[in-house]
Design a protein around this ligand. Structure first.
Ligand code: IPM
Ligand code: MG
Length: 353
C-alpha cells in the first residue's frame, strides 16, 4: 500500500529518535512491499524560532493530509520564559485539539528482558499489561483560564461534558472487550463535581452498554498507590486528561524507563498521532544516546491503528524484542553496564525487520 506520514521531530532528542522511527518504517516498506512517503514539518520550540508559531499552518495542513503523524517531542529550557507569548507545548496541545484526537492510548507492558531495569521488585512487575485511555482534548488542559485584574490570582477550570466522557469510556470499554474484559475508571469524585459527572456517566455507559465488561472505579490518589503495589490487577484504565498524564509517567517506571513507552492519539476518524510518552530530554539532546524504542513502538501503533497493517506492526514489535534479547541497551536501561547509541539501537531494529 501507499501511505503518507507527517514527521514532526520537534525539539531536544526529537530529531534523533524520529530518524530511527523513519529508518524502521523504511525497513517495513522494503520488507512488505509498501510505499511510504514522508513530509517533515515544524512543531514546538523550533517552530517558534523559525516562524513565531509552535504549530505553523503548513504543519497542520500536512498532518490533515497524512495517514499518520509521528512526533518526537517538544519543549526545552530556552523556551521556558514564563512571560513568553507562546510555548512549545502549545503546539502539541493545539494539534491534538485541532485534529480532535480525544483518545490517548498508552500501553504499559513490562518486557521480560528488562525486569531488572525497573526500580520496582520483579514480583510486582512481572506480567504487568495495562492499557491506559487518557482523555486528551478536554479537562483542565483546555478549561477556561482566568487571571484577576491585579494578576495575583489565576485559575484553570477542569471541565468535562457528558459527551466527552461517553466517547472515551466507550472506546476504552471496547478495548477491554478484546483484552481481559476489565475496565477501571479513575477520578476524584469524593472532591470534584466534574469527577462526579465522570463517574455517573461511566457507570451508566458500563451498565447499559457493556454488561459483559467488569467495571470498577478508583480514586486517583489510591490509583497512584495501586500502580506500585498491585499493577497486575489492571487491564484497561480510563481517566481524564491530567490524571492520565500523571499516572502514565508513574506507570512508566513499571517497565523501567520512560524511553520504552509509546502512545497513540486517536479521534473518531482521520489520521492518528503517534509519539513516545517521554519529553524532549534537553539534557541528553544531540548526544546520540536517547532510547529510540518508545518512538519505534509508536510507529508500530501507527501501522496497526491508522494503516490497518497488523502483521507489519507485529514485525516491528518482534524486532524490538529481538534487539533487547540480543542484549542491546541504551543508557537509560543499561543499569550502568555497556550501552549502545540511539542509531545502533534503531539500526538493529530496522535490520532485523
Ligand atoms: C505528555 C506530555 C504533554 C502533556 C506535554 C508536553 C504538553 O507531558 O504527552 O504526556 O502534558 O500532555
Ligand atoms: Mg506527560
Amino acid at each position: 500500500m501507499k501511505a503518507r506520514f507527517t514527521l514532526l521531530p520537534g525539539d531536544g532528542i526529537g530529531p534523533e529518535i524520529v530518524d530511527q522511527a523513519r529508518a524502521v518504517l523504511d525497513a517495513v516498506a522494503a520488507r512488505f512491499s509498501h510505499s511510504f512517503v514522508y513530509d517533515t514539518q515544524l512543531i514546538g520550540g523550533i517552530a517558534i524560532d523559525e516562524t513565531g508559531d509552535p504549530l505553523p499552518q503548513g504543519t497542520i495542513a500536512s498532518a490533515r493530509e497524512s495517514d499518520a503523524i509521528i512526533l518526537g517531542a517538544v519543549g526545552g529550557p530556552q523556551w521556558d520564559d514564563p512571560t513568553a507569548k507562546t510555548r512549545p507545548e502549545t503546539g502539541l496541545l493545539r494539534i491534538r485539539k485541532d485534529l480532535e484526537l480525544f483518545a490517548n492510548l498508552r500501553p504499559v507492558r513490562t518486557h521480560v528482558q528488562l525486569l531488572d531495569a525497573s526500580p520496582l521488585r520483579r514480583d510486582l512487575i512481572e506480567g504487568v499489561d495495562i492499557l491506559f485511555y487518557r482523555e486528551l482534548t478536554g479537562g483542565i488542559y483546555f478549561g477556561e483560564t482566568t487571571t484577576s485584574e491585579d494578576g495575583l490570582t489565576v485559575s484553570n477550570a477542569m471541565t468535562y461534558s457528558v459527551y466527552e466522557i461517553e466517547r472515551i469510556v466507550r472506546m476504552a470499554a471496547e478495548a477491554a472487550r478484546t483484552r481481559r474484559g476489565k475496565l477501571t475508571s479513575v477520578d476524584k469524585a469524593n472532591v470534584l463535581a466534574v469527577s462526579r459527572l465522570w463517574r455517573q456517566t461511566a457507570d451508566r455507559i458500563m451498565a447499559t452498554e457493556f454488561q459483559d465488561v467488569e467495571h470498577e472505579t478508583v480514586l486517583v490518589d489510591a490509583m497512584a498507590m495501586h500502580l506500585l503495589s498491585r499493577a497486575k490487577d489492571f487491564d484497561v484504565v480510563v481517566t481524564g486528561n491530567m490524571f492520565g498524564d500523571i499516572l502514565t509517567d508513574e506507570a512508566s517506571m513499571l517497565p523501567g524507563s520512560l524511553g520504552l513507552l509509546p502512545s497513540a492519539s486517536l479521534g473518531s476518524s482521520g489520521p492518528g498521532l503517534y509519539e513516545p510518552i517521554h519529553g524532549s530530554a534537553p539534557d541528553i539532546a544531540g548526544k546520540g544516546i536517547a532510547n529510540p524504542l518508545a518512538t519505534i513502538l509508536a510507529t508500530a501503533m501507527a501501522l496497526r491503528h491508522s494503516l490497518g497493517l497488523a502483521a507489519e506492526a507485529a514485525a516491528v514489535e518482534a524486532a524490538v524484542d529481538k534487539a533487547l534479547d540480543d542484549g542491546l541497551r541504551t543508557v537509560d536501561i543499561a543499569r550502568g553496564e555497556e550501552s549502545v547509541s540511539t542509531s545502533t539501537m534503531g539500526g538493529a531494529v530496522a535490520a532485523s525487520i
